[in-house]
Design a protein around this ligand. Structure first.
Ligand SMILES: NC(=O)c1ccc[n+]([C@@H]2O[C@H](COP(=O)([O-])OP(=O)(O)OC[C@H]3O[C@@H](n4cnc5c(N)ncnc54)[C@H](O)[C@@H]3O)[C@@H](O)[C@H]2O)c1
Length: 424
């Protein structure tokens, strides 16, 4: 048994109540999975609609299998939601960390959640942050806690543990993914590990808080940089008259090369956001990461410009404005999530001056407050210019149209729009 002060930290039955602050895409599944392991859970959210929904045994987000786990946890009394925190043994902060200003991380939600739970902390508690956070956030929250509650110094375990689940597969990945856990000291790392041992079957790797924070940012920056390389290739290949899809497939036949696929840009609330958390604090040292962000953002701008120039060419050739189908609004294939979506950005940009002559398609949503949506087959059949912005599965089943201008930014058909070589 490890002793920290006078606190035992190797007892499996030390959690009488687990408190989860933030009941969104990550917090609610975590709360429900912990409850399903026989630990009482107090879920806290500032949104009373969220709280009411959960207390009725229902869910406010889309995630396969989650509804049943929440229903059972609430029915058995193991999960209860509230707008107010209470005393507990483990406190988990899973609130949003968006941008503010020019790509600066906004940790005000983490700070607000920490302040909210502060009066309820007691000696021996474990306080864990899961929100994606800039380096040093956990230490900053420790300073804040000990400034307000100095008697807890040396008597509170504080750690950071990033989340790396894939939406749509959260219940499986929450349990089976490996986790990185970084405490503000070794005892905190060990104590937080004990909490995750309750429900994680993957490996638990201990480190310090700053490394754990940077690990999450590194994972997403790595994806961003690799996609930027593919997107940069697509810009070069477009100018050089080379089919980038064929090029990448051939280059990947090298035993040590594995290039990702280009697209209309990079979106979502993780990969398109988290690298800025590094760049904003270490701008001189993170030139590759910052440039990758710029390349991926530029790719969406470039796609919008391509659509514009294709429209002008069409008008010059045919003496009328073309009808343009914008295929997909989501930030990646087969989901309904439009957050930070390059496809949505492209649609907004090309439709800025006029909305007529565009058919907007997103088969994964029924309604959008800004865009009037059209059935994908109808839009595809009617359009003079078709711009594929996302590779949704249904698009791949469409037959290639030789009689339309196909701008395949996402790689649905992986064909060049027209023969480019003078001898073809
Ligand atoms: N969704 C993902 O796939 C994913 C994956 C990895 C990491 N993350 C990170 O996890 C964190 C949470 O993401 P999410 O997708 O669950 O966000 P979300 O927006 O779905 O949920 C956050 C919840 O926190 C609540 N909230 C905000 N401030 C609060 C406060 N002070 N007290 C209590 N509740 C509060 C909100 O009402 C909301 O219900 C973010 O930092 C995100 O970057 C998300």
């Amino acid at each position: 048994m490890v002793i920290y002060g006078d606190l035992p930290v190797n007892n499996k039955h030390w959690i009488m109540l687990f408190q989860c602050i933030g009941l969104g895409y990550i917090g609610l599944p975590t709360a429900a999975v912990v409850a399903s392991k026989g630990v009482r859970v107090h879920g806290v959210d500032v949104n009373d609609r969220v709280v009411d929904t959960i207390n009725q045994g229902e869910i406010h987000i889309v995630e396969p299998g989650l509804g049943e786990v929440v229903r059972q946890s609430v029915a058995s009394g193991m999960l209860l939601a509230s707008v107010e925190p209470k005393k507990a043994d483990v406190h988990l902060i899973v609130v949003p960390t968006p941008f503010k200003g020019v790509h600066e991380p906004d940790v005000s939600f983490v700070e607000a959640a920490t302040r909210k739970v502060l009066p309820f902390l007691k000696a021996g508690d474990t306080f864990i942050i899961e929100s994606t956070s800039p380096i040093g956030t956990t230490e900053q929250m420790a300073v804040l806690i000990f400034r307000e509650r100095p008697e807890l110094k040396g008597n509170l375990f504080i750690a950071y543990c990033p989340e790396r689940v894939l939406p749509g597969n959260v219940l499986h990945e929450l349990v089976h993914n490996d986790r990185v856990i970084g405490g503000i000291d070794e005892a905190s790392t060990l104590k937080a590990k004990e909490f995750y041992e309750l429900f994680v079957e993957g490996e638990l790797y201990g480190t310090n808080a700053r490394t754990a924070e940077m690990c999450k940012l590194t994972e997403n920056s790595s994806r961003d940089v690799q996609i930027a390389f593919a997107n940069e290739l697509s810009l070069i290949c477009d100018k050089a008259g080379i089919n980038v899809w064929e090029l990448i497939a051939l280059a990947n036949r090298h035993p040590r090369v594995n290039i990702l696929q280009p697209g209309a840009g990079v979106g979502g609330h993780c990969i398109a956001v988290d690298p800025w958390f590094i760049v904003s604090e270490y701008p001189r040292e993170s030139r590759l990461i910052g440039t990758a962000r710029e390349i991926n953002n530029y790719k969406a701008f470039w796609c919008a410009e391509k659509i514009h120039s294709s429209m002008l060419e069409f008008e010059l050739k045919h003496g009328r404005k073309p009808l343009v189908a914008l295929m997909g609004l989501a930030f990646k294939p087969n989901i309904d999530d439009l957050r930070e979506s390059p496809a949505k950005y492209i649609a907004q940009k090309v439709m800025q001056s006029e909305q007529n002559n565009f058919l907007v398609v997103e088969p994964n949503i029924d309604f959008h407050s800004v865009f009037k949506l059209t059935d994908y087959q109808e839009a595809y059949d009617r359009a003079d210019i078709v711009a594929f912005l996302v590779t949704h599965d249904e698009f791949k089943l469409l037959g290639y149209r030789d009689d339309a201008v196909v701008l395949d930014f996402a790689g649905v058909f992986k064909r060049l729009p027209e023969p480019r070589m003078s001898w073809v």
